[in-house]
Design a protein around this ligand. Sequence first.
Ligand SMILES: Nc1ncnc2c1ncn2[C@@H]1O[C@H](COP(=O)(O)OP(=O)(O)O)[C@@H](O)[C@H]1O
Ligand SMILES: [Mg+2]
Length: 649
Amino acid sequence: MGILMTTKTKHFLSSIKTHQETKKIDKFEGTLSDYLSIVETDPTLAELAHRRLYNALTGYGVTKMSEADPRCRKVFNGEEIKTYDYFQSHFFGMEQSIKKIMRFLHSASLKGEESRQVLLLLGPVGAGKSALVEHIKKALEEASPIYHIKDCPIREEPLHLIPRSLREEFKKTYNISIEGDLCPVCRHNLLHEFDSDYMAVPIITSTFSIRGRRGVGVVPPMDPNTQDTSILIGSEDISKLDLFPEDDPRVLSLNGAFNVGNRGVVEFVEVFKNEIEFLHTMITATQEKSVPSPGKQAMIYFDGVILSHCNEAEWNKFKSEHTNEAILDRIVRVNIPYCLEYTQEEKIYKKLLRSSDFNCHIAPHTLEIASMFAVLSRLKPTNKVDSLTKMKIYNGEDIIEKGLIKKVDINDLREEHRDEGMTGVSTRFVMKAIDNALADSDKNMITPISMRDALIKQVKEQVTNEEDRKRCLLFLQKTLHEEYLRTLEKEITKAFVSAYEEQAESLFNNYLDHADAYVNATKVKDRVTNEDMEADVNFLASIEEQIGIKGTAKDNFRADITSYMFAKLRRGDSIDWKSYGPLREAIESKLVASVKEISRIVTKSKSRDNKQQKKYSDMVQTLVKEYNYSEDSAEEAIKFAANNLWRDS
Ligand SMILES: Nc1ncnc2c1ncn2[C@@H]1O[C@H](COP(=O)(O)OP(=O)(O)O)[C@@H](O)[C@H]1O
Ligand SMILES: [Mg+2]
């Protein structure tokens, strides 16, 4: 009796069938003459590994960051930044590192010196080195299959079959130079199985596969006692030594990382955990583009991208030993620092949370506070600005001070400490705190408050260096506590003031009308009655004092704003209350101040009367509907504000 087939299964089985059929079509089997015609129409098929990888990565698209993007102007200081679509939705705030990696691959793809170098990604734990390499390798799995000699253990390029004496002519005809010679196994097969008739050797295609060890070889860090070069170059199969003479290539098991990674990638994980002797193959592979063969065979041609990564401590130790010079000379180092833009850092957490089973309410600003903390811990102090300000500048924000946008050059700050981002807390540290905050919550939610507590706890448990620990705790207990209160105050005001945006806009319009009249000594036309009236200096001052503008500074501020806004209008740009940072801040705090007293009463649970209770519920509802709170998290936030912001004096 058969099992009745269910709909979903039926549907999925049909997908399987199509998949199997397309795979069949993709499979090619032919000879060198077929391959020559194929290469004639598509010469890229015969490209070397660096070029193939570079094309695979750029094939997804390269985008020039728009100058309109505030990150372009403020974070990259107008520098032209190319972003690679393949990395865009997976990696955040690492455009500069990715750019350097791509620059390496680009030069290598043009057969520059880089094609004979090892790429080393150097950075602190959890900065994304492994993830980057994984992602790069994956691009090969998605790439088109390669053509290679059938039964070749290193899947070598079919053009190796063409004898040396014909290569000159081949180059003239196809404009392709052939690099490398047949591996010992193919050479043996050619002589004995095909009677030297290279046109008879079968050629097939196959894809790259990380798990299938096709085109991607990985070398994990090895214990010095068990380090064995067979991991790199394969070995002789002892069981076959009885069957064949000692120098017969049929005894070879070419399954080392350099064999497997031929035409693709060889990755060295935590590379300098290995003994130096073990790494010598890396030098030959780059310098001579060949690797030793196990046993007594000739060297084997190798064409592949060598990627490695390690942390700074290991690198420094390795670098300090002058006997390592030969390898150092073969290394192109790219630093992979931690992300220093907190908005980008936040995206990392979101990405990691999406890929886990994590399922709970995350109150607004929770991940923001966590990412601010992470970035603060990574920044080096400067005399130019305080840490929080530096963090905001690195995030591309305008800093407003005494009614002006503070002019601090982001590059000056960066120049001060060129190795910034190589220390501080890791992404994983924060992820663990997020998990702990959830585990401690009884309402299946995390909030900025529980997040901060979890981080404090974790710093106390895990940060052992006394100075770092003090600094981290100061950030959490003071800097970010105050920052969160400022954010919360604005948010509660917004939820509290009905039609917040309209009120802000109307304050803005009035301000502009009166400031304009004041500056030009004209009258203001009342928007309702159409009557002419004097500029209301008290009103103007009530806005300006919000950001500490007093005395003669007022005149300058008014003149600046009017010329700024009218210049914008003349250019055809639209203006609104958010157009100019300092004014926006003044308007926001004016609105905050206007509801301060009533906020204080309503948020205090003890003193609410019926009318106030209604206002309170409305506020909670607004926070839920418009600001992504849950009822619980809104109540927690309001309670926190009541206890910290509007304490009875
Ligand atoms: N800038 C970043 N963008 C996206 N994900 C990141 C970034 N930095 C770290 N990660 C994520 O953090 C995790 C830890 O990174 P990992 O690659 O293991 O670090 P490393 O090898 O440098 O120690 C990974 O899941 C990675 O995807
Ligand atoms: Mg790693």
